[in-house]
Design a protein around this ligand. Structure first.
Ligand code: PEP
Ligand code: MG
Length: 829
C-alpha cells in the first residue's frame, strides 16, 4: 500500500537547550517558545497560543516530560514545523504532584512531528531513559532519543527479542484499533501466558492492555508487527493473528435507521423552542429534570499504603462486576454491538499499566483515590491530544471509567441517579454511557443533551432504549428550571417550552394517534403504495447482507432498490472471490422470489476502506479514488464482481447499478467492461443504471440518460457534495439535510432529464425513507423509493393517504422554499 507519511523531523543541536532554568510552567513554555522563535519556526506570538493551549489541555506526558504546543487555529503563526527541547536543571511543577525536567516544545504545521511523539512514547515507558534525558550533558543524547521513533516510523526494522515469534498483520476494519477492537484484542491476548507486544510506527504496545494498544494510534489498514515470547507463544500468536484478520468485531456501521414512523407534532399555540439533532424520534410530554453532572474530585488523604492498595483492588473488582453486568443487560436489551462500549470500559478498568501506576503512587504514600484520579487524568489528557477524532473520544471513556471507580472508592451509590418519582424529560450537558445505562426507561420520558451528535454513544443507547432523544442542543438548555413542563418532539428536533393546556391536550392525543397508526401500518405493510387517485410508487429496500433480502420481503418491501455490495467486502482480510459473491447474490435473488434486485457495484473508498484494496492515503477521501473510480482502476476487483452478478442473473430479475458516476466517460468505461463480461458468460443483457449522487451527474443528466437504463439518486452523497458538508460530520449533522431546496432542485432537474429520454428515476438516499421526503419525491416524479427496512411500512402507509395532486403541490412548495427548515415545515395531508 502506498502511504503519504510526512517526512520525519530532523533535530539539530541548536534545537536543544541544556541546563536551562524556569521559574514555573508558564516561564518554561515562554522559554521553549523563544527557542522555536529564534530558530525561525514560529512568530513570537505563538508563545501566547502555547500558553492558551496549556490552560485548555494538560500537556504533561509523564516521567518528567511535557510537550507544550499551540492551538490548531493559530497554525498560521508557525513559519515552519519545528521542535525545541528545554532541559531544566530544577524541575518545575507542571500540575500538582507532576514535575517536569524535559520540555519538548512543538510547532507543527501538519504531522511531521509525529515521529518525535512516537519516540517519546518509548521514553515514557522507560523511567531510566527519561531520567537520563533530564541529566545528560550531551544534546546528541536527546536528539538520538527523540529520533529513535522517527527512524522506526520511517520504517527502519523494529528490534524484537531473538527468542520471540513474530508476524506482520494488517489491521482490518473501518476505524482501526479504536476502543472496541482494542478491547477485543486485549481480551484475546489475556488468555495466554506469553508476553505479547504490538509494534507500529516505532511505538510498542502491551497487547494485554487496551489503553496501551490505543496509544499506538493504528488506523485502518495499519501494518503492525506482533511479537510474542513465552511458553504458549505459538498459540498466542496464531490467536492474535486470527483475531486481527477477522476484524476484531469491527463490522460495518449500521445505517442510522428511523426506528419507527416519524410524524412530527404541530403545537397549537406559538411556542418557544430549543432545537437539536434527532437521536431517537418520538414525542414526549412532561417536566424537565437536570442531571447534576458534578464530577467527583478527591484530595490526597492517604491511609496506610497496604490498606490503600487493598481498597483500590476491591474498587477495581467492584467496577468490573458493574461493567460486566451492564454488558450483559445491554446485550440482552439492545444487542452486542450497542453493548460493546461496556466491554471496552471493562478493559480500561482492568488496564494493567494504569494499575501499576496507581500502585506505585500508593506505595509512595498517596491515597488510592487520588492516585487513580491522577492516573486517569493523565490518560484523558493523552487521548484528548490525539488527532484522530475517534481515538480522541476515548478521553471521555477514560473519564467515565475514572468516575465509576472514584464513586466506589468514595462510597457513592452507583445504583441511583436521583430522579424525581414522576417520570421526567432528562436534561444533561452530555451523558456518559454508564449514565445512560443507569437510567430507568420507565422514569425517563425523553432525553435532551447540550453536546453530542447523532452517532454518539448517548444517541445509540437512547435509540436502543427507544427513548425520544435530542442531542447537540447547545447551551439554551442551561436556562431551563427543573420541573418546567415541556413537549419534546424528537422527530422534528424541537423541545417546546411553556406549552399551553391546549398544546398538552393536543400532544397527548397525538401520542395516542401515533400508537394506533403504527399498529395499522404494520397490519397493512404488504399493500402497495397506491396513491388515492391510483398512481403507484414502488417502495423497495436498501440492504447490505444476503439475509436482509428475506427480511426486506417480510417488512413489505417490493424488492431491493439498493444492495450495497461493499458490505460483503468490509471487515475481512481478503476480498470475497467470484464464487462467494455468486453465492451471496444468488441467495438474495432466490429469497426475493421474483421481486427485483438492484445490485450496486462496489462503493469502497470515502469512509469505507479495506486492507486488501490498496488506495493511497488521501487528504479528502470522499473526493478521491472511491466507487466506480476505484473499480475502473482495479479491474481485478471489478471483473469478478461483474462475473458473479451476471452468472446469478439466471435466478431472477437483477439490475446493475454503478456508484459515484461523475462523467460520461466513467459510465462508458464501466458499461464496456460489463458488456465484455456478459458476452463471456453468455447471458442476456440486463438493465444497467447509475447512482446520481455527484452534482456533475445532475448537470450531465441529459447525456447520461441516453446511455443509462435508469437513475437512482443517492441523496446522502448528493447532499454532501452539493452543500460541501461531510455527511458524517458530527457538528454539521443538523445542516446536512437531503430536504434542502438545493438538493431538491437537483433532483427535479435529474427527473426532467430522465423523463425526456424515457428513463425512470428512483431515490435510495435517506430522505426516501422519511414520509415527508417520500411524498415530495413522488411529487417530483420519482417512481421508486428505496429505504432501510424499518421505514418501509410507514412510508407505504403515508403514500396511500396522499393523492398525486397533493404530492405535486408539496413538491412545488418544497422547490420554492428558501431553506431546509421551510421544507420541513411543510405538512403531509
Ligand atoms: C447515497 O449516497 O445516498 C446512497 C444511497 O449511497 P451510500 O449511502 O451507500 O453512499
Ligand atoms: Mg452514495
Amino acid at each position: 500500500m502506498t502511504t503519504t507519511d510526512s517526512p520525519a523531523l530532523q533535530l539539530q543541536s541548536g534545537d536543544i537547550r541544556l541546563r536551562a532554568s524556569a521559574r514555573n510552567k508558564e516561564d518554561a513554555i515562554v522559554k521553549v517558545a523563544e527557542v522555536l522563535a529564534q530558530n525561525g519556526c514560529i512568530h513570537p506570538d505563538y508563545a501566547n497560543s502555547m500558553l492558551a493551549r496549556e490552560r485548555q489541555a494538560n500537556t504533561f506526558l509523564g516521567n518528567g516530560i511535557a510537550i507544550p504546543h499551540g492551538k490548531p487555529e493559530n497554525r498560521d503563526l508557525i513559519l515552519r514545523t519545528g521542535v525545541a527541547v528545554l532541559q531544566l536543571t530544577e524541575a518545575v511543577e507542571w500540575n500538582p504532584g507532576q514535575d517536569v525536567r524535559v520540555v519538548v516544545g512543538i510547532a507543527a504545521k501538519s504531522d511531521e512531528h509525529l515521529s518525535i511523539l512516537a519516540a517519546l512514547t518509548d521514553v515514557l515507558d522507560d523511567p531510566a531513559r527519561a531520567e537520563h534525558l533530564a541529566q545528560t550533558e550531551d544534546p546528541e543524547d536527546i536528539i538520538a532519543a527523540l529520533q529513535g521513533g522517527g527512524q522506526a516510523a520511517a520504517s527502519v526494522p523494529v528490534e524484537t527479542d531473538a527468542n520471540a515469534l513474530t508476524a506482520e498483520v494488517v489491521v482490518v476494519g473501518i476505524h482501526g484499533l479504536h476502543a472496541r477492537p482494542a478491547s477485543v484484542l486485549a481480551e484475546v491476548a489475556g488468555r495466554f501466558e506469553s508476553d505479547q507486544r504490538i509494534h507500529y510506527k516505532g511505538k510498542r504496545a502491551n497487547a494485554k492492555a487496551m489503553a496501551s494498544i490505543l496509544k499506538l494510534g493504528a488506523g485502518p489498514e495499519a501494518n503492525v508487527l506482533l511479537e510474542v515470547i513465552g511458553p504458549d507463544a505459538a498459540e498466542a500468536l496464531a490467536a492474535l493473528e486470527e483475531a486481527i484478520a477477522s476484524g476484531l468485531g469491527d463490522g460495518e456501521e449500521p445505517e442510522p435507521a428511523p426506528a419507527k414512523t416519524v410524524r412530527a407534532w404541530t403545537p397549537v399555540s406559538e411556542l418557544g423552542s430549543i432545537g437539536g439533532v434527532t437521536a431517537c424520534p418520538g414525542l414526549a410530554l412532561g417536566p424537565v429534570f437536570r442531571l447534576a453532572g458534578a464530577d467527583i474530585v478527591v484530595q490526597d488523604t492517604p491511609g496506610e499504603p497496604a490498606s490503600e492498595e487493598t481498597a483500590f483492588t476491591n474498587a477495581i473488582a467492584a467496577a468490573s462486576r458493574q461493567l460486566d453486568e451492564l454488558y450483559q443487560t445491554f446485550s440482552a436489551r439492545a444487542g452486542k454491538a450497542d453493548a460493546a462500549i461496556f466491554r471496552a470500559h471493562l478493559a480500561l478498568v482492568q488496564d494493567t499499566e494504569a494499575r501499576d501506576e496507581v500502585c506505585a503512587l500508593t506505595d509512595a504514600g498517596h491515597s488510592a483515590a487520588w492516585a487513580w484520579q491522577e492516573t486517569v487524568k493523565k490518560r484523558v489528557a493523552e487521548f484528548a491530544e490525539i488527532e484522530d477524532e475517534r481515538l480522541a473520544a476515548r478521553a471521555a471513556d477514560w473519564h467515565d471509567v475514572g468516575q465509576r471507580v472514584l464513586r466506589i472508592l468514595t462510597g457513592r451509590d452507583e445504583a441511583t441517579i436521583n430522579l424525581p418519582d414522576d417520570p421526567v424529560i432528562l436534561l444533561a450537558e452530555d451523558l456518559a454511557p454508564s449514565e445512560t445505562a443507569r437510567l430507568d426507561p420507565a422514569r425517563i420520558l425523553g432525553v435532551c443533551t447540550a453536546l453530542g451528535g447523532p452517532t454518539s454513544h448517548t444517541a445509540i443507547l437512547a435509540r436502543s432504549l427507544d427513548i425520544p432523544a435530542l442531542v447537540g442542543m447547545g447551551q439554551g438548555l442551561a436556562d431551563l428550571k427543573n420541573g418546567a413542563v415541556t413537549i419534546l418532539d424528537a422527530t422534528s428536533g424541537h423541545l417546546y417550552l411553556e406549552p399551553a393546556e391546549a398544546d398538552i391536550e393536543s400532544a397527548k392525543s397525538f401520542q395516542d394517534e401515533l400508537r394506533a397508526l403504527r399498529e395499522e401500518e404494520q397490519d397493512t405493510r404488504f399493500q402497495p403504495a397506491v396513491l388515492t387517485d391510483g398512481y403507484r410508487v414502488e417502495v423497495v429496500a436498501n440492504i447490505g447482507k444476503p439475509e436482509d433480502a428475506a427480511a426486506a420481503v417480510e417488512t413489505g418491501a417490493e424488492g431491493v432498490g439498493l444492495m450495497r455490495t461493499e458490505f460483503l467486502f468490509l471487515g475481512r482480510a481478503s476480498a470475497p472471490d467470484e464464487e462467494e459473491q455468486f453465492e451471496a447474490y444468488s441467495t438474495m435473488i432466490k429469497a426475493l422470489r421474483g421481486l427485483p434486485l438492484i445490485i450496486r457495484t462496489l462503493d469502497i473508498g470515502g469512509d469505507k476502506g479495506v486492507p486488501y484494496i490498496a488506495v493511497p492515503k488521501e487528504d479528502n477521501p470522499f473526493l478521491g479514488v472511491r466507487g466506480i473510480r476505484l473499480c475502473l482502476a482495479q479491474p481485478e476487483i471489478f471483473l469478478p464482481q461483474l462475473r458473479a452478478i451476471y452468472r446469478a442473473t439466471v435466478f431472477g430479475p437483477v439490475k446493475i447499478m454503478f456508484p459515484m458516476i461523475a462523467t460520461l466517460e466513467d459510465l462508458r468505461a464501466a458499461k464496456e467492461l460489463a458488456e465484455r463480461v456478459r458476452r463471456e458468460i453468455d447471458v442476456p443483457p440486463i438493465e444497467i443504471g447509475i447512482m446520481v449522487e455527484i452534482p456533475s451527474a445532475v448537470l450531465m443528466a441529459e447525456e447520461l440518460a441516453k446511455e443509462a437504463d435508469f437513475f437512482s439518486i443517492g441523496t446522502n452523497d448528493l447532499t454532501q457534495y452539493a452543500l460541501a458538508m461531510d455527511r458524517l460530520h458530527a457538528s454539521l449533522g443538523k445542516y446536512v439535510d437531503g430536504l434542502h431546496p438545493a438538493v431538491l432542485r437537483l433532483i427535479s432537474q435529474t427527473v426532467r432529464a430522465a423523463k425526456s429520454n424515457g428513463k425512470w428515476v428512483g431515490v435510495c438516499g435517506g430522505i426516501a425513507g422519511e414520509p415527508l421526503g417520500a411524498a415530495i419525491l413522488t411529487g417530483l416524479g420519482v417512481k421508486e423509493l428505496s429505504m432501510s427496512l424499518p421505514a418501509v411500512a410507514g412510508v407505504k402507509a403515508a403514500l396511500r393517504r396522499l393523492s398525486l395532486s397533493q404530492a405535486d403541490a408539496l413538491a412545488k412548495s418544497a422547490l420554492a422554499a428558501s431553506t431546509a427548515n421551510e421544507v420541513r415545515q411543510l405538512t403531509l395531508p
